[in-house]
Design a binder for this molecule. Structure first.
Ligand code: FAD
Length: 435
């Protein structure tokens, strides 16, 4: 048996949550050698959202070390040297393949053994692949997914060789919309296909989606809705040449980018911790059912106090905040102190072209649309409120100023009553700004 490496704290996974957890450990007081981050990726924690945005810019593209955490939330950039200086072990290019929570042991692909006193699970998500569904030809070259830096590098490389070619984007969610825009900005001939009747159906109302679809069409992106890719054609080199649709059509393609969703990486822990909603169940301190084991970020199924419901949230803001909460809770438990319960207001955002939207709260109930959603306006600004049981519970805004976005967050948090939906529609943004 090889050497066993022991750390007081181990974070498994080296993504967004791990980086913010490291910063919080340092703030709370950490001794050199106490903390290790074990990551499959080859680089220190970075702001993952950059991969589908600045990373794909045709000029001045973002590259590490520019977007290491915690720049995404206006914080200091933690370069590899920072971890070194703090005595935090960054154990990179190391995949954990076996976990025994009972004996507090982790084993890497290379056979190394790690032991800990407290574990934070921060393994995030992995993309759903078309090969998972055995889609014919889905293993052809130049069919890309986007989750990790390596994926983004491969895509960026291929964009260079296939420049101004034909790109087909499979999926109309965050990744599809952001990468579709990026490919267009890089002068690709872009088509997007998705099975749903409108883009981002889990959040967007038809009215919201209609704006983005028209805006994208004006940019020259062809959107084909209500279709799925049933197969891919490839040339003799195994490179993709076409996407076969379920209606018999074939779209020519030099590059395909697939964004059809992600699933939380919980497999290592199956049967060892309680699960819920596809994730690892935690309390308001991100403690799992196993003593000494915490779960944060995409994998955590945690109670949202505001809605009195357990949910998983696959967004960067939650990854950051849950990591900080878990570390505070760990430190407090060691000193017998108490900290406040997590009281999270869901917050999502996306950017593409010159557009930028933010959403706060819960997208349930009736919707009231307001504002200027003409895609040809010089600066479109519009939004939607969600109203449940007579109260505003969700707020979406495209093109808002920082103050206006803050007002939207406030309204989703305070949940003011509305008596008259017509009045709300007329007031629109002004309603939020006066709360
Ligand atoms: P991750 O950041 O995914 O980190 C998980 C880490 O664990 C990875 O480094 C992984 O390699 C490692 N790992 C996994 N398994 C193992 C193992 N067995 N052994 C060792 N290491 C392992 N959210 C937004 O709110 N807004 C956005 O605009 C936005 N854009 C996005 C764009 C892209 C391209 C992607 C992929 C995601 C985007 N997200 C966005 C979502 C957001 O990035 C995630 O919610 C967030 O990164 C989750 O943080 P995490 O730490 O839980 O997981």
């Amino acid at each position: 048996l090889g050497l066993v490496k022991y750390f007081r704290y181990i974070i498994v996974g080296g993504g967004v949550a791990a980086g913010y957890a490291a910063r919080e450990f340092d703030r709370q007081g950490l001794k050199p050698g106490e903390l290790a981050i074990i990551s499959k990726e080859a680089v220190a924690p970075y702001e993952r959202p950059a991969l589908s945005k600045g990373y794909l810019n045709p000029t001045g593209a973002a590259r590490l070390p520019e977007f290491h955490v915690c720049v995404g939330s206006g914080g200091e950039r933690l370069l590899p040297g920072w971890y070194k200086e703090k005595g935090i072990q960054l154990i990179l290019s190391t995949e954990i393949v076996k976990v025994n929570l009972g004996s507090k042991t982790l084993i890497s692909a290379a056979g190394e053994t790690f032991k800990y006193q407290t574990l934070i699970i921060a393994t995030g998500s992995t993309v759903i692949r078309l090969t998972d569904f055995k889609v014919e030809g889905a293993d052809a070259k130049n069919i890309f997914y986007l989750r990790e830096l390596e994926d983004a590098d491969e895509l960026a490389e291929s964009m260079k060789t296939k420049k101004t070619g034909k790109a087909v984007i499979v999926g109309g969610g965050y990744i599809g919309l952001e990468v579709g825009a990026a490919m267009r900005i890089n002068n690709f001939d872009v088509s997007m296909i998705y099975p749903e009747p409108w883009c981002m159906p889990r959040l967007f109302t038809p009215a919201i989606a209609a704006f983005y679809e028209r805006y994208y069409a004006n940019k020259g992106i062809k959107i084909i809705k209500g279709t799925v890719a049933v197969g891919f054609n490839a040339n003799r080199n195994g490179e993709v040449t076409g996407v076969k649709l379920n209606d018999g059509r074939v779209l020519e393609a030099d590059i395909v980018v697939v964004g059809v969703g992600a699933r939380p990486l919980t497999t290592l822990f199956k049967g060892q911790v309680e699960e819920e909603k596809g994730g690892i169940k935690t309390d308001k301190f991100f403690k799992t059912s196993m003593p000494g084991v915490y779960a944060v970020g995409d994998v955590a199924a945690f109670p949202i106090k505001l809605y009195n419901e357990v949910r998983r949230v696959e967004h960067v803001d939650h990854a950051r905040k849950s990591a900080e909460q878990a570390v505070k809770a760990i430190k407090a438990s060691e000193t017998g102190k108490e900290i406040e319960e997590y009281d999270y207001l869901p917050y999502f955002y996306s950017r593409s072209f010159n557009l930028s939207w933010q959403f706060y709260g819960d997208n349930v109930g009736d919707t009231v649309f307001f504002g200027d959603n003409n895609p040809s306006s010089p600066k479109p600004k519009f939004g939607s409120f969600w109203i449940k049981d007579g109260k505003v519970v969700g707020a979406f805004l495209e093109g808002g100023t920082p103050e206006e976005n803050k007002a939207m967050a406030k309204i989703a948090r305070l949940q003011p009553r509305v008596e008259n939906l017509d009045q709300l529609k007329k007031e629109g943004l002004a309603f939020a700004s006066k709360i």
